[in-house]
Ligand binder design. Structure first.
Ligand code: ATP
Ligand code: MG
Length: 220
């Protein structure tokens, strides 16, 4: 599903990722961990093509990203659900519309949109907040809207960047259950987190970043 070969990414001569090689199979759930600034978000950005590598090769879902035309990027992104670390919710739209937007760009009919959006909001326990604007929600509630938006279109690849950063232990465990269910249905899941509790004793593979270097990929 995802392959990195000798990938280096620099920002203004500062190396964020250095000679990274790994692959993730279809259907896997994998974690990326490391301290703040180690390169987790950068790695996800390279996967969803928000950034380009300075060196190396990346392929996602069989597409060699380097050869992908600019016009094909939205096609690839359609199969990817993203939980952004900085949320990126639209404050001039309510919760329902924030989640629905993902389906509207696919020209889905209104009835199906309502069914899917309410189902997704129910999954994250936010059905009762569908008319609220994001600003009127707590940080943890906003984070759950972002998760609902990422899963509503049943993506083949789910990228989650610190998805439980604003959640208490119980709510975080609930979110991990949702990710496990989605993964069991076939979605490949990649979760970036500094929170070891999320992957401890799960048997899942953990990519460890240290100052932009991949220093391990064993489960713990
Ligand atoms: N747009 C940017 N311009 C310049 N430097 C950047 C940019 N984005 C990230 N960096 C730098 O690249 C390095 C890796 O950042 P990244 O956001 O990938 O880390 P992270 O592991 O996600 O950190 P955190 O746990 O705090 O979210 C950091 O040193 C950061 O300052
Ligand atoms: Mg980050």
């Amino acid at each position: 599903m995802i392959e990195f070969f000798d990938v280096t990414k620099e920002y203004n001569n500062q190396t964020a990722l250095r000679n990274i090689t790994f692959s993730i199979e279809k259907g896997e759930m994998v974690f990326v961990t490391g301290t703040s600034g180690s390169g987790k978000t950068t790695l996800l950005k390279l996967i969803y093509l928000a950034e380009k590598p300075d060196k190396g090769e990346i392929s996602v879902a069989g597409w060699e990203t380097e050869k992908l035309k600019e016009s094909s990027i939205p096609l690839l992104r359609r199969n990817v659900g993203i939980v952004f670390q900085d949320f990126r919710l639209l404050n001039n739209r309510n919760v329902f519309e924030n989640v629905a937007l993902v389906l509207r760009i696919r020209n889905m009919n209104e009835k199906d949109i309502r069914t899917k959006v309410y189902h997704s909001l129910k999954t994250v326990n936010l059905r009762h907040k569908s008319d609220s604007v994001p600003e009127a929600l707590s940080g943890g509630e906003q984070q759950r809207v972002v998760i609902a938006r990422a899963i509503v279109a049943e993506p083949t690849l789910l990228l989650a960047d610190e998805p439980t950063g604003n959640l208490d232990v119980d709510t975080a465990a609930g979110i991990m259950r949702i990710f496990n269910e989605i993964n069991a249905k076939g979605t490949t899941v990649l979760i970036a987190t500094h929170n070891r509790e999320l992957f401890k004793n799960t048997g899942r593979r953990v990519l460890r970043l240290d100052s932009g270097n991949l220093v391990g990929e064993e489960a713990e």
